[in-house]
Design a protein around this ligand. Structure first.
Ligand SMILES: Cc1cc2nc3c(=O)[nH]c(=O)nc-3n(C[C@H](O)[C@H](O)[C@H](O)COP(=O)(O)OP(=O)(O)OC[C@H]3O[C@@H](n4cnc5c(N)ncnc54)[C@H](O)[C@@H]3O)c2cc1C
Length: 415
């Protein structure tokens, strides 16, 4: 029997994971990426245990777990440095079956790309969805060289500004500006071991987390009008906004090359799509559900999407339309719930009025005293996700130590 064919538009984290997961299920995959090379932004990405378990499905979970660099205590702080809430990786592992790992995006992309056969990824290749396909009719994609490609399944993983989404659901509202911009950069750690922190100020936040190669990933957000850019350079802008925050923020800003500071306005999906598929075309990752970065889940949800899609995609191409209906059923409610929760946390970090800020600080302190650490509580019901069953029993790699710990915890908590 001929292998079923999938065409993936976009080689971001979502597209590459989907291609790897489909390849593992016996599909022939082609990935078209419009960028000239797989050179992801110089930034980190938090991968919570839900994403690590999804990556187990394609044999990468342990490679990602091995990137964990967080040591000691981390948590939430005020700009003065005062601790508002504390947490440790052990607490995260105890709660969710594993630590939250922060990887360099380049490392993650390299791992994903290495899971694909030679020549599967075509860079410098913009692609356009021509026909989403239907039961009994393949989908068609046209690449910029004018070539038309038919496929049993098209995965549109073309990001927040997805042209495929507009083609499938032209009347659906476009993602909207979330009200804040984000800066990111990577620099050598000012000290080792380095304790991570996230610090909430007035309408702004700063976070710094260690990477395993001795560098740290720093990120910041601030409430500003969409499209605004620094009159000089973005490092100078960060110094104006965060230069008097607690150690190590000023030192990191002194160390970074202004050209290495990335800035992107944050956009989010405001309304659920009618479905995450049409005909034989699936929308995946930010193309389907762009969310604010406050929970560090946009990429994690893209990775979940990818393995659930591959799980439903049977080797018989004729069943693709019904497989995609199952994909929408599984993914649409979950991703929108995660997006809404992320937005709620985002609202807390963008408060600017002094009474609201005082209330927030008091509430964080109280919540931290009475229950599980605030930082972890935000991921309840999210970070404990597991891939669909046949994977867990079959193609998934062997159970990890983190899984064993979580299974024991569940066993202890069972009524
Ligand atoms: C500041 C910030 C911090 C974040 N931090 C985290 C975090 O810690 N953890 C986390 O899980 N998530 C995080 N996210 C979210 C995460 O980055 C995204 O959710 C994730 O990258 C989405 O992956 P994707 O593959 O869906 O889309 P993208 O990464 O946007 O990839 C889409 C790809 O499609 C390509 N493309 C577009 N159109 C075409 C076309 N016509 N033809 C061919 N190729 C095309 C693009 O070039 C791109 O490579 C963060 C986001 C921001 C803004």
């Amino acid at each position: 029997m001929n292998r079923p064919r999938a065409f993936v538009i976009g080689a971001g984290i979502g597209g590459l994971t989907a291609a790897a997961a489909l390849h593992r299920r016996g599909w022939a995959v082609t990935v078209a990426e419009r960028a000239p090379a797989l050179e992801p932004v110089g930034a980190g990405i938090a991968l919570a245990p839900n994403a690590q378990r999804a990556l187990d499905v394609i044999g990468l979970g342990d490679a990602v777990r091995a990137m964990s660099a967080w040591q000691g205590e981390g948590g939430l702080r005020a700009p003065s440095g005062r601790r508002l809430s504390r947490t440790t990786q052990e607490a995260a592992a105890e709660r969710f079956g594993g630590p939250v790992v922060v990887a360099h995006r380049a490392e993650l992309v390299a791992l994903l790309a290495a899971r694909l056969p030679e020549g599967a990824v075509r860079t410098g290749t913009p692609a356009e969805l021509v026909d989403p396909g239907a039961a009994g009719a393949p989908a068609t994609v046209r690449t910029a060289d004018g070539q038309e490609h038919t496929a049993d399944l098209v995965v549109a993983a073309d990001g927040v500004r997805s042209a495929a989404r507009r083609a499938l659901f032209p009347d659906h509202p476009a993602p909207r500006y979330a009200g804040f911009t984000a800066w990111r950069f990577v620099v050598p750690a000012p000290e080792r071991p380095f304790s991570p922190h996230e610090t909430w100020g007035r309408g702004s936040l700063w976070g710094t987390v260690p990477l395993r190669d001795g560098r740290v990933y720093a990120y910041a957000t601030a409430v500003v009008p969409a499209g605004e850019r620094a009159p000089d350079d973005e490092r100078a802008e960060l110094l104006r906004r965060f230069g008097d925050w607690h150690h190590p923020v000023p030192d990191l800003l002194t160390a970074v090359d202004p050209a290495a500071v990335l800035r992107s306005d944050v956009y989010r999906t405001t309304a659920a799509l009618p479905a995450h598929h049409l005909g034989r075309t699936a929308l995946l990752g930010d193309a389907a559900h762009a969310m604010t970065p406050n929970l560090g889940q946009g990429g994690c949800q893209a990775v979940e999407d990818a393995v659930v899609l591959a799980h439903h995609a049977a080797p018989d191409p004729e069943s693709t339309p019904s497989a995609l209906a199952a994909y929408t059923r599984d993914r649409l409610p979950r991703t929108m719930a995660v997006a809404r929760r992320s937005e709620r946390v985002g609202r807390l970090t963008t408060l600017t009025s002094p009474p609201a800020l005082a209330l927030r600080t008091a509430a964080v302190a109280v919540l931290d005293r009475i229950g599980p650490r605030l930082v972890l509580r935000g991921l309840d019901g999210i970070a404990d996700w597991r891939p669909p069953e046949p994977y867990a029993a079959g193609t998934q790699e062997t159970e990890t130590e983190a899984d064993r710990r979580q299974r024991r915890r569940r066993h202890r908590e069972a009524p």
